[in-house]
Design a protein around this ligand. Structure first.
Ligand code: ADP
Length: 304
């Protein structure tokens, strides 16, 4: 079944939470309690306790953000098919016209056991190695935070990263008054030089990436295993996923050791890391403003 078919299977033609729960769990199953789950920057989130003793995780937002949860569900479905870290199972999407609702498996939080990061690193390398495509991009555009992320299928990683990642963000920054013409020119120069700065994807086959892999986008389940949440998936060079884990920290040395044991990196990754992260820093410039300008400019200066 394709991701689109799977998505259709969980898109319910109902208008109320009670009906969705009844369809999922059987007639007569009701919501016994709803606990607000803070932390979400974008959506309302809650844990639902059902009369049958089971639990669901709910996200809601205004229906006016068309496609918001379809996008997240598509990403989770793509990751779920992969042989990588666990992801919450997506269960239902529906809208009453005002509010859109996304129901997924509730992940009870646990503590990182010993070996947590080794297994996480290994699982991420497996995700990257076993789930690959012959082109960069994804079946749909999505978002990185609240910024649009363009995923047009593109054969060449350098062209994809240059145009749809760096230039897309810098042009947005210019429109928003955060970047001047010099900065845009520099990014254009850099984009042209990417074939000299970044390797091709291995065997011409880009990997499925989480896409937004900072420390806030994984959870630890009750078994002490990693769970990926909130993806911004696309197929691309796996170094981009790994670089993002290093941007804000939250991953231990064992994570990287295990990753490299499972699938070694080409030499020179450390020199390229900041170049991949320029994408996320430009995105932060667009989302949070000029506090990120200096770090963007420093990377541009170094590489262009
Ligand atoms: P948002 O899309 O609003 O940023 P997130 O997906 O980041 O929301 O989720 C917000 C918080 O809710 C996460 O930091 C995590 O602690 C928790 N969470 C997310 N998904 C689940 C889940 N399936 N089960 C339990 N808790 C979850």
């Amino acid at each position: 079944m394709s991701t689109g078919d799977r998505l259709e299977a969980i898109t319910f033609d109902v208008r109320s939470l009670d009906r969705a729960v009844a369809l999922l769990k059987g007639e007569g199953t009701t919501v016994r309690a709803r606990r607000h789950a803070g932390g979400g920057s974008i959506n309302d989130a809650a844990v639902l306790e059902l009369a049958d003793g089971s639990t669901l995780f709910l996200k809601q937002n205004s229906a006016s953000h068309t496609g918001l949860f379809e996008e997240e569900a598509r990403g989770l479905l793509a990751l779920a098919e992969a042989e990588g870290p666990r992801v919450p199972r997506v269960l239902a999407l529906f809208s009453d016209g005002h509010t859109q609702t996304f129901l997924m498996e509730y992940i009870a939080s646990g503590r990182k056991g010993s070996g947590f990061f080794s297994r996480f690193g290994r699982d991420l390398a497996r995700l990257h190695r076993t789930n690959r495509n012959d082109r960069c991009g994804f079946e749909r555009d999505n978002h990185i935070g609240s910024t649009p992320q363009r995923n047009r299928w593109t054969r060449d990683w350098h062209a994809f990263f240059g145009e749809h990642r760096l230039l897309f963000q810098v042009e947005l920054a210019q429109q928003r008054g955060h970047a001047d013409t010099t900065m845009v020119r520099r990014t254009e120069t850099l984009a042209r030089k990417l074939p000299d700065l970044l390797p091709h994807v291995e065997d011409g086959r880009p990997s499925l990436l989480h896409g937004d892999l900072w420390g806030g986008n994984y959870m630890v389940d009750s078994e002490g295993q990693s769970v990926l949440i909130d993806p911004a998936v696309y197929y691309g060079h796996r170094e981009a996923d790994l670089a993002m884990t290093e941007l804000f920290g939250g991953f231990s040395p064992e994570f990287y050791r295990a990753y490299r044991e499972e699938w070694p990196l080409e030499p020179g990754y450390e020199k390229r890391r900041d170049l991949y992260n320029l994408y996320h820093l430009l995105n932060h410039l667009n989302l949070f403003g000029r506090g990120y300008l200096g770090s963007c400019q420093a990377i541009l200066k170094r590489f262009s």
